[in-house]
Design a protein around this ligand. Structure first.
Ligand code: GUN
Length: 301
């Protein structure tokens, strides 16, 4: 079997078009423009490129977008004060602090300082808890994007064996939680594997839907995948550089996922590519959550 390629870029464009229409309605009906601030500490190249892409998407949708870049040496208390400033700003509906933060700053403390009603990343313990009890307000963006990819690709999750590889707070734990909820686009039987799982392949081979956020290339090889499985590759590994096709003289990163794509696509029924799979959906779902926050602030939800 050769897998259908799940085109995350195309699905993300569809969702962004829906968000744009709803944003225009919100501005016309209520005079409320969704506002998003992205806070970047330091100059980690991956973080800079993610935040730049988030800002670009938010401007294209007509949002009020603020990019707040701070030096790597900012103190924890200064960063907490900055978060507090945006908590109080009525023009800002979403606050995103790009992770990871420098070692001298307690990430949990910063995430807990964000007003849960503006926590469009869904990382505040209040929002993590709400997701867990089936009353989610803001879902973490990458897992929310994965769920939309599955729904919009017509992939049935109800009763499916889902195996998640990776137990991070950003991807593994929340996607497992989302897909096990008693809800549309969920209702799956979920297993989470991690670095201490005894026989990883025994689990992954049972999966109807295999979601991989392991953090290194070729974590999943063809022998670990059941015939006809759906494979979602969340990995983004920078494996080298190549000349940009768009800008002569510029070098760009060569990206590879966590799945041995060429071999696994011959076994799976559907698979996400890297780049162009999960990535575009992550940013799109951040825009979705920012719009939702603005709609709530305008009394619409
Ligand atoms: N770093 C990697 N992924 C994410 C994300 O989804 N949100 C934030 N804030 N930082 C990240």
């Amino acid at each position: 079997m050769t897998a259908r390629i799940i085109d995350g870029k195309k699905i993300a464009e569809e969702v962004r078009a829906e968000i744009k229409t709803k944003t225009e309605q919100l501005v016309a009906d209520k005079g409320v423009v969704p506002g998003l601030v992205t806070i970047l500490v330091g100059e980690n190249p991956a973080s800079v490129s993610y935040v730049t892409a988030k800002q670009k998407a938010s401007k294209e949708l007509g949002f009020h977008s603020v990019q707040d870049s701070q030096p790597a040496g900012i103190s924890e208390s200064e960063l907490l004060q900055l978060v507090e400033k945006y908590n109080k700003d009525p023009g800002i509906h979403g606050i995103l602090v790009q992770l990871p933060l420098p070692k001298h700053i307690d990430e949990t403390k910063v995430l807990c300082a964000i007003d849960p009603d503006k926590d469009v990343d869904g990382f505040h313990p209040v929002n993590v808890g709400k997701l867990m009890i089936g009353d989610a307000k803001f879902l973490p963006c990458t897992p929310a994007g994965i769920q939309q990819l599955l729904i919009r690709s017509g992939i049935e999750t109800e009763g499916a064996e889902v195996v998640v590889v990776g137990r991070s707070n950003i991807v593994g734990k929340p996607i497992a939680n989302i897909l096990l909820q008693k809800a549309k686009g969920a209702n799956a039987t979920v297993t989470i594997c991690h670095t201490r799982t005894r026989d990883m392949a025994a689990h992954t081979r049972r999966a109807d839907i295999l979601i991989v956020a392991a953090g290194f290339p070729n974590a999943i090889t063809a022998d670990m995948v059941k015939d006809g499985a759906v494979v979602i590759d969340v990995g983004v590994n920078r494996v080298g550089e190549k000349p940009s096709a768009k800008t002569p003289g510029k070098m760009i990163a060569v990206l590879k996922g966590d799945v041995d794509f060429d071999a696994v696509k011959e076994k799976a029924s559907a698979i996400t590519p890297v780049p162009g799979g999960v990535g575009p959906m992550t940013i799109t779902m951040l825009m979705y959550s920012t719009l939702k926050s603005a709609q709530i602030a305008a009394g619409l939800q």
